[in-house]
Write a protein that binds this ligand. Structure first.
Ligand SMILES: C[S@@+](CC[C@H](N)C(=O)[O-])C[C@H]1O[C@@H](n2cnc3c(N)ncnc32)[C@H](O)[C@@H]1O
Length: 217
């Protein structure tokens, strides 16, 4: 499956660069679904590699915020053969809900790999959390980036992460040539919880571009 990751440095707040001249003209997800352009990641190559390293052999992975499915595919390719990958996204941003090409592009990307089991949960994360009762060994938080939204994801989901398990936040730190700023919800949450020490049984174990990985002791 062809996918494109973000290049650095970012050009502006709105233009993310993919190093492929065709992509600006073929930005609409219908072109990703048709295979006329690669599916688009919303992360860099180094972040992609970090996701693969942390997902290797994990048995129960939850991703909040799937978009065109590139981070989900990265994790599926290396997860445990007998594991489960839960993908939570309401795909509510599509203008044509009945056609919903972002959802179609995501299915096409994730289903290009057959490793493990994939469970699609087409809901907002706060709704999915209300019926959740399984332990998790990797949680990727990349959905609602508002201060309130990311705080709610952390509050709703962190209790399910087993000791030794990790939570990975995207768009959660400032870095050279990057797109984040100090007022991003995830940046603020990481500072409050893990740099100023409010979440004592958790510690930061890796930081790559905008990604921050925290592990439960
Ligand atoms: C930044 S994109 C995800 C990028 C993807 N993880 C990647 O790296 O390619 C954010 C996605 O989160 C979804 N989203 C927004 N709020 C959400 C929520 N409360 N629960 C689940 N998904 C949400 C949006 O529909 C969108 O597809």
């Amino acid at each position: 499956m062809r996918y494109a990751v973000l290049n650095l440095p970012r050009i502006s707040d709105t233009a993310m660069t993919y190093g492929n001249r065709l992509i600006p003209a073929l930005r609409h997800p219908v072109f990703g679904w048709l295979g006329l352009r690669p599916v688009l990641a919303q992360h860099t190559a180094d972040e992609h590699d970090a996701l693969r390293r942390w997902a290797r052999d994990r048995a129960r992975i939850v991703e909040i915020g799937v978009a065109e499915g590139v981070s989900a595919l990265a994790m599926r390719q290396v997860m445990s053969e007998t594991g489960s990958l839960y993908l939570i996204d309401p795909f509510h941003l599509s203008r044509l809900q009945t056609l919903n090409f972002t959802r179609r592009a995501a299915h096409r990307a994730v289903e290009s790999c057959s490793r493990g089991e994939v469970v699609w949960i087409e809901e907002f994360s706060f709704k999915a959390a209300s019926g959740w009762n399984k332990p998790i060994d990797l949680l990727l938080i990349d959905g609602d980036h508002s201060p309130r939204g990311v705080q709610q994801d952390w509050s709703d989901w962190n209790r399910f992460i087993e000791p030794g398990g990790v939570a990975i936040f995207h768009d959660a730190r400032l870095f050279d040539g990057g797109w984040t700023s100090a007022d991003y919800g995830p940046v603020r949450l990481i500072d409050a919880l893990f740099r100023k020490g409010r979440a004592s049984s958790w510690r930061i174990v890796e930081e790559v571009h905008s990604l921050v990985v925290v592990r439960r002791d």
